[in-house]
Write a protein that binds this ligand. Structure first.
Ligand SMILES: NC(=O)C1=CN([C@@H]2O[C@H](COP(=O)(O)OP(=O)(O)OC[C@H]3O[C@@H](n4cnc5c(N)ncnc54)[C@H](O)[C@@H]3O)[C@@H](O)[C@H]2O)[C@@H](O)CC1
Ligand SMILES: [K+]
Length: 493
């Protein structure tokens, strides 16, 4: 599915109004279509419109006019007396009753037409008060274009937001519906077309069908050498995270690889050695429980088909040198996660610009703060542009991890919103790195494709797991057990 930001929506909207259709006619078309879709889902007797002061409010009044014509009782609550011209025109055409204080909520349907993509600041208190009252009423809510309070690009909420049962959006879904609080702002999504000029400035929203056919058939006459060698380098005395790392490593087998390697600092080797007998565990030189830079020890690792590094390693100059060694000498794809990210953020990012290998970086918001030197709020408010710019500047593929993840290689951009809150636990990131290294070693696909596929595998596995295990009780180990179901889904054409 393709989504657009509010900036693109505003651009095509104003182009359409200036060159093709007058804004009042678009509003009429929108209101009529909103009414039609609403009646597909509900058969209301008494409807309350929440009417804002501009385009979204005008849409609600048109919708209300169509419902009145059908003999439905419709009242309008106006949050402001200062209305835009189009909104005022439709207020004058509306024949129901008006309220300037929120009336008693004895209705069977609420229409949210307070604010659409024009939201531009923290909500005023009277808006927050109305939103909280209607959310608590438990009445069904249909939101028009964007649930009020949600930023259409970032999904960030501005003080409060409408929790709609049905959201009807105009022309294209907006990216904010798949990010942050946007994820909790509606249950069902419908799209109406009103003749806005098309665009191709899309952000792709990943869907199950995108991954069908990605797995090759495994021929009978093959052996472990046919399926790639995946390597994880991780761990330190301070953060042994033994089971988790080994487990990440084990995930590579679930990805189909032939050999799975786990290299850890020598001093912690015994913590990992026999946890998973099928993983080849080896040690690297170490100092005080951390990895120690040693070119001779790293050279044989250049033969690996993928390398993921950083999980539980702690920040150190030696780790930085190890990363630099791979950037200069390795010729496949290197995944930088956790302390590999923190280490290059601390000691310098410029080597990323001049490298032999391809790189995937997997920061969560805090790690992205260190890498991009931007504040949390700035990243949350503009995650799509920031991820894309970063990927472009350093010529890497980035997975900006959050409730849904943003993936970019600097040119294409996509959102992966598979998964559920069971993933909001320590260890999910390690699991993703294990999946990534396996996918990269096993399949002949680009880093961007591998990033999308890996986010889908992890997220979707958590969705399968939640059919049997409560989200609160689910661990990353549990989730990994359901990767098999995701592979089955990919193969079922
Ligand atoms: N996309 C399109 O081409 C069309 C859009 N239409 C509707 O128009 C909407 C966009 O209309 P507008 O740009 O006029 O803006 P909106 O109706 O989305 O809202 C802007 C209004 O809300 C107020 N506002 C913004 N932030 C606020 C805050 N934090 N607290 C209180 N008030 C706040 C502004 O002062 C302004 O009056 C769309 O979402 C859609 O519903 C339709 O009328 C038809 C065509
Ligand atoms: K709205």
């Amino acid at each position: 599915m393709e989504a657009i930001t509010k900036e693109v929506m505003k651009k095509i909207d104003s182009y359409t109004c200036q060159n093709i259709t007058k804004s009042i006619d678009l509003m009429e078309e929108a209101g009529a279509s909103f009414a039609k879709v609403t009646l597909k889902y509900y058969n209301p007797k008494r409807v309350l419109l929440l009417v804002g002061s501009s385009g979204n409010g005008g849409d609600a009044l048109v919708l209300g006019r169509y419902l009145l014509k059908m003999g439905i009782h419709v009242d309008a609550y106006l949050v402001s007396k200062n209305l835009s011209i189009d909104c005022k025109t439709n207020k004058d055409l509306f024949l129901g009753d008006f309220y300037y204080e929120l009336p008693k909520l004895d209705y069977d349907l609420i229409i949210d037409g307070l604010i659409g993509f024009g939201l531009n600041s923290k909500l005023k208190d009277n808006y927050i008060d109305v939103i909280e009252k209607v959310n608590h009423s438990k009445l069904p809510i249909v939101a028009l274009d964007i649930p009020t309070g949600i930023d259409a690009t970032s999904g960030i909420s501005y003080g409060a937001f409408i929790k709609a049962d049905l959201l009807i959006t105009i022309e294209y879904p907006k990216t904010g519906l798949f990010l942050n609080d946007g994820l909790d702002s509606y249950k069902k999504l419908e799209i109406i077309s009103i003749g806005i000029t098309p665009t191709n400035e899309f952000v792709h929203i990943n869907e199950i069908n995108d991954f069908k056919g990605v797995l090759p058939k495994r021929n009978r006459n093959t052996n472990k050498g046919s399926y790639g060698k995946a390597l994880i380098i991780g761990g330190s005395y301070k953060y042994p995270g033994a089971s988790m790392l080994a487990y990440s490593s084990l995930n590579q087998f679930k990805m189909g690889v032939g050999y799975s390697y786990l290299y850890v600092p020598k001093e912690v080797y015994e913590l990992y050695a026999l946890r998973h007998p099928e993983v080849i565990v080896s040690s690297l030189p170490s100092i005080d429980g951390h990895i120690k830079y040693d070119e001779e020890a790293l050279k044989p690792l250049l033969k690996m088909d993928s390398i993921a590094i950083g999980m539980g390693m702690d920040i150190s100059i030696d780790l930085y040198e190890v990363i630099l060694y791979f950037l200069v000498n390795y010729d496949k794809t290197l995944v930088l996660d956790a302390d590999a990210l923190n280490t290059i953020a601390k000691y310098g990012m410029s080597p990323l610009k001049n490298k032999k290998c391809k790189v995937i970086m997997t920061p969560h918001i805090k790690e992205m703060e260190r890498l991009s030197l931007r504040g949390t709020n700035e990243i949350l408010n503009n995650p799509i542009d920031i991820a894309k710019e970063f990927a472009n500047m350093y010529d890497v593929t980035i997975i900006l991890k959050s409730a849904s993840s943003i993936i970019s290689d600097g040119k294409s951009i996509s959102i992966s919103n598979f998964g559920n809150p069971s993933l909001a636990k320590g260890g999910s990131g390690d699991t993703l790195s294990g999946i990534l290294s396996g996918v990269l070693a096993y399949l002949d696909i680009t880093p961007f494709e591998a990033a999308n596929l890996s986010c889908y595998i992890l997220g979707r596995a958590s969705e399968f797991a939640s059919m049997e295990i409560e989200e609160e009780c689910m661990s990353p180990l549990d989730i990994s057990k359901y990767i098999n179901k995701v592979f089955k889904e990919i193969k079922n054409e």
